[in-house]
Design a protein around this ligand. Sequence first.
Ligand code: CTP
Ligand code: MG
Length: 226
Amino acid sequence: MRSALVVPAAGRGDRLGASRPKALVPLAGEPLLVHAVRRAAASGVIDVVVAVAPAAACDEVMSLLAPLHGDVVVVAGGAERQDSVRLGLEALADDVDVVLVHDAARCLTPPHVFTAVVEAVRAGAPAVIPVLPVSDTIKRVAGRLVVETVDRSELVAVQTPQGFAAGPLRAAHATALPGAAATDDAGMLESLGHPVRTVPGHEHAFKVTRPVDLVLAHALLAQEAP
Ligand code: CTP
Ligand code: MG
């Protein structure tokens, strides 16, 4: 019985606009991927790390991650995030029973979030997602016209790591239509009728997407430094 962390890190990072793939962009001297995996490893609940890297950077990613965890596997990613996650799942051994899928770009997610997600899966939930309340007012629009204001109390923003019983996650990815490009993995299980449980997310688990997010990440790291 083992827990695996699959880290999709093969995206280009178009919205960040850096000269390297986003997961390899440095934050305080270390790539986002290194920050992400170090925090996951510190949880103590991960037995194997599968990093899904840009095809041209697999060796580089292996050297970056080998010092952080005793069991690291690196595979090349695909065109869409969903393809990268599937390729990561294909690299997992059969004895893995819990899989966490975690965006390299959510590089400051604290270790206790990983622990909470693994515990919820081990307690019997087939799919677990960390969520936060939505703070903006959300409206549905059609073109430039507002159709309605959505009741915010019913909405949450979804983060990673998302945790899964390995069987249902493998089955969801195996039956997913190529190019359907689900935006998250829990959504794939949800559409197959599996219940999806929530646990509290964390403000620091935001996704580095645009340049302003790097500014925030940098400030948070400076605050953490002893
Ligand atoms: N990802 C991946 N393979 C892809 C696309 C994305 O492994 N083909 C990973 C990214 O590296 C990132 C995570 O999925 O860690 C979340 O995706 P996103 O934030 O959209 O990253 P990018 O696709 O790199 O960024 P952008 O959409 O701005 O190009
Ligand atoms: Mg993307």
